[in-house]
Design a protein around this ligand. Sequence first.
Ligand code: ATP
Ligand code: MG
Length: 244
Amino acid sequence: GPDIPESHPRHESLLTRHRIEDGVDRGLTSRQGLIAQGRGEAFDYLLGEETIPSADAAERAAAAHLLSADHPVISVNGNVAALAPGETVALAEATGADIEINLFNRTDERIERIAEHFRNYGAEGIKGLAADARIPGLAHERAKVDADGIAAADVVLVPLEDGDRAAALAEMGKTEVVVDLNPLSRSARTAAVPVVDNLLRAVPNMTAHAEDLAGADPDTLGSIVESFDADAALSAAEDRIRNL
Ligand code: ATP
Ligand code: MG
C-alpha cells in the first residue's frame, strides 16, 4: 500500500481512498465509484469520522432484521468489494445472508472479477451471476437480479445504493437496510433502517451485534426491530453534522 504515516491526521481516510483506487486498477470498482467515495468522505468528515450513537442503534436494528429474516441478502457493488470484502463475508456468515453482486454499471467481466474476489475471501454461493429476474420500474441493465437472490429476499442490505434502485426495491416490499453516510440521500430516506456510517465501521459493527444477538429469541429481535425509529436516526445524523 501507500506510505502514509500513521500519525497523519487523515490516515484512515487516505488508506480508504487508496483501497478504492486499487479497486479501480483491478477492475473491481467503476470510475463512478471514485466519485461516490469522494461524497462519502465529505460526509464522514462532517460526522466526525466515528460511529455516532444513532448509527450504532441502526446497526443493531440491522442485525436484528437480518437475523429474523427468512431470506436475507447482502447486495454488493464495486465499492463494497474494494473496501470491505472480508468484513462483508463475515457479516454474511454471522447472519446467514447470501451475498449478491449488483452493479450500477453492469458488465459480465466485472461481475466475474468481483465474484472471484469475494471467493478469495471465503464467500460461497455468490449470487448475481444468473440475473434471471428483474426489479420492476428500472431500466434493463440496472434491474437485473437473481430470482433466488434479491428477487426472493425479504430483507436486503444495500450498502451505497443508488437512490432509484433503493426506491424500486422498497416498492417491491423488501425491507431495506441502507448504509450511506449522507443522511439526505434518497437511499437513506427510503430505507427501513438507514445506517448513516462509514461502510468500513458499519459492517464489522453489524457483525458484532449479530454475534451478540445470535442466541436471542424472536421476541427480543422483534422488539429491537420495532423500537428503531428511522426518522429519528436521520435527524440525529443531521444534528451531528450541524453541531459537531
Ligand atoms: P441519492 O441517494 O441521493 O440518489 P446517489 O445514490 O445517486 O444519491 P452516489 O454518489 O451514487 O449518489 O451515492 C454514493 C453514496 O454513497 C453517497 O451518498 C455517499 O455518501 C455514500 N458513500 C460513499 N462511500 C461510502 C462509505 N464508505 N460508507 C458509507 N457511505 C458511503
Ligand atoms: Mg444514494
